[in-house]
Design a protein around this ligand. Sequence first.
Ligand code: GDP
Ligand code: MG
Length: 436
Amino acid sequence: LSDKLDKALHVLKGHGSITEVNVAETLKEVRRALLDADVNFKIAKQFTNTVKEKALGQNVLTTLQPGQLMVKIVKDELTELMGGDAEGLNLSGTPSVILMSGLQGSGKTTFSGKLANYLKNKKTKKPLLVACDVYRPAAIDQLHVVGEQIGVEVYSDRDNNDPVAISQAGIAHAKANGHNVVIIDTAGRLAVDEAMMTEISNIHKAITPQETLFVVDSMTGQDAVNTAKAFNDILNFDGVILTKLDGDTRGGAAISIKSVVNKPIKFIGTGEKMEAIDVFYPSRMADRILGMGDVVSLVERAQEQFDEQEARKLQKKIAKNQFGFDDFLKQIQQIKKMGNMKDLIGMIPGAGKMMKDVDIDDDAFKGIEAIIHSMTPTERSNPGLMNASRKKRIAKGSGTSVQEVNQLLKQFTQMSKMMKMMQGGGGKRMMQMMKN
Ligand code: GDP
Ligand code: MG
């Protein structure tokens, strides 16, 4: 999806002048991109028609920055298509009962844990997890592992193979023990079948949950839409959870599902860890689909962690050419605090594409840190001092090779240059570089 859209929007972003032919061509590309992302043909066509009307209505061709206005219209329309404002959970009821539904492997158990953790962190909530996947003993174990990890109680009954009875007993247990939220994890199958639908429907009828959530793997394309439709027909669910929206996944499924079942997407899962959960913001998803990166999320997360004073000091240093390895080390530590590298990089505009083939994990910095630690303070603040014998000593001290030390020095020089460039108002040039 992104490549095509990138191409389409490139025309608009790159060139100041837009012709009617350009608009038509761009809309065609946008439509093709949506179709590629498994958006229903009718929806895609309707979408581009609306965009065209708005573009003409706002006289895109005569404005100063037609490209930007066009992008804005496409973005606003996409946002609208995915549901406008973010929608929360209905947590009325004592306890409030949340029922998970979806295929096997969609991420129900993982998301149950994430949601319990998310609610628990809100302080006023005391969640209980209930294990209703009775077909695989490992499924019950999995939920217990998750519960232990996040410090949330799990209700299960290994001697009972009736999920309806277990869910009811779970709710009773919650009432008796002061839990105000009950999250019911259920069994799914690999494909929609009658047995699964009957079972989830029976649980649904028996417990009348406040929230019935449909969990879906965002990488499953058109199938996701069909599955959503099947579950919605039976359950008339309240919201959708899009999982596995890590890194580069563009989330075209969000458009298709929302359009077909017309239910809000409430949360997204962005990784296997319990913290990898986010409220779904249609406008951010629109940015992401358009390849602008989830800049807002990135900035927010960075702000949470970044010490402003530290940043200001650093800016001065860069300006004065005093940026050294100690500062580099600090930067690395900041970055590490911000969370999973892949998640972060995925949010940087253009970077997702650039870094697609680079395998980055959180350990990637280990060698770098070791090398810097093996430098003397003088070397750290004067990278220019480095010579062959120093490099040899550093390599030995850090258990790396001279080659690796050289590599780091090269990266460091590049990074310093890049930072200078961004400071010197070259930010725009940088962005352009990243896009191409
Ligand atoms: P269930 O069968 O619906 O209960 O699915 P699980 O919760 O067991 O998840 C299936 C697999 O997907 C597991 O390996 C999870 O770790 C993984 N998973 C779930 N959510 C995410 C996510 O948001 N991102 C990634 N990368 N993996 C996920
Ligand atoms: Mg499961």
